[in-house]
Design a protein around this ligand. Sequence first.
Ligand SMILES: [Zn+2]
Length: 114
Amino acid sequence: MHEYSLVQSLVGRVEAEAHSRKATAVHRLVVSVGELAGLDPELFQTAYDTFRAGTICERATLEMRRVPARWSCTACGREIARGEVLTCPACQLPARLAPGGDEILLETIEMEVP
Ligand SMILES: [Zn+2]
């Protein structure tokens, strides 16, 4: 299950981070989820709720921020509208997906450091 292994690596990273800062608890996580990351937010939440028991994330809420997919021209920066051919009409160059559009990024960890 895709979401489950993602949650596993997410919690692993949070635990490593909390450990290195000697945190005693984690309160909140913010994860940005790209529109093209292929993640089902509901499944991800369910997987998180299942997996976090017994980990440092046990009481940490999970917040997901959706990042829409956006393309722009690498040469002139023109934004290519959704649904159009992904080539810049001015430069005839292939457009590039803006960062975050196909990624899952751990943005914020709120933790308690004594
Ligand atoms: Zn261009």
